[in-house]
Design a protein around this ligand. Structure first.
Ligand SMILES: CC(C)(COP(=O)(O)OP(=O)(O)OC[C@H]1O[C@@H](n2cnc3c(N)ncnc32)[C@H](O)[C@@H]1OP(=O)(O)O)[C@@H](O)C(=O)NCCC(=O)NCCS
Length: 195
């Protein structure tokens, strides 16, 4: 399969208006990728229902978008009894990169945004789970110094985000500002294509 050029896209926060683009990205994942992403078989109906529940009030989703098409996503949301995501909360992260776009650092760039977002929301712990043989995800987790715990089938990565700083707040705000402008152009493009 030919590799797509990473220079031909941007990383930006996905908005509720990106729901269909996010859902279509998940639907393009083949069955092995879906198993890796969701930890189980994930038929289309499951993926569609899952995508419809995303973009809740405390969900933070970054996407890699090329020519208006979402090709990868990093998701952050609060878990457990501490919802919504905030001071002292536990959070979980999940990642998906379409096959042609892998091994070019997109996963690492998404992880960096997600860890910063967890930090800025003062999450106490950030979890990421994957199948125990998911070497790319395990490498990604190690790269961000996650503590890894192995069970027979699954592995759980745990990161304790550091406290936020003015630089992390400003960095997220600046990225969101430019990302919003790009999102508007993507949405206009999609509107023009539908016309
Ligand atoms: C896990 C995933 C998000 C990584 O995305 P990516 O864009 O390829 O990640 P990167 O290019 O940043 O690479 C991350 C690390 O994985 C390594 N890697 C990537 N593909 C690999 C492979 N097939 N075999 C071994 N290592 C691999 C990279 O070398 C890199 O490690 P390094 O920096 O130590 O060299 C992607 O493989 C994916 O979407 N998989 C399916 C869904 C999934 O498993 N999600 C995780 C559970 S939520």
């Amino acid at each position: 399969m030919a590799q797509a050029s990473v220079s031909n896209g941007v990383l930006r926060r996905l908005l509720a208006a990106d729901l269909s683009g996010f859902r279509d990205h998940l639907l393009r994942l083949d069955s092995a990728s879906r198993r890796s992403r969701f930890g189980m078989e994930a038929p289309d109906a499951f993926v569609e229902a899952y995508a419809d529940r995303c973009f809740g009030i405390d969900d933070v989703i970054y996407g890699f978008v090329s020519e208006g098409v979402v090709r990868a996503a990093g998701e952050l949301r609060g878990i457990g009894h501490n919802l919504p995501l905030g001071i002292g909360a536990s959070a979980e992260a999940a990642f998906s990169v379409e096959v042609e776009w892998r091994r070019q650092g997109i996963g690492a760039r998404l992880m960096s945004r997600i860890v910063r977002a967890a930090r800025n929301r003062r999450a106490e712990v950030l979890y990421m789970s994957c199948l125990a043989n998911n070497e790319p995800m395990l490498r990604l987790a190690r790269k961000f110094s996650a503590q890894l715990r192995y069970e027979p089938q699954a592995a759980l990565g745990e990161i304790a985000p550091r406290a936020p700083t003015p630089a992390t707040y400003l960095g997220e705000a600046a990225d969101d500002f430019t990302g919003f402008a790009t999102a508007m152009m993507d949405l206009q493009r999609r509107g023009a294509e539908l016309r």
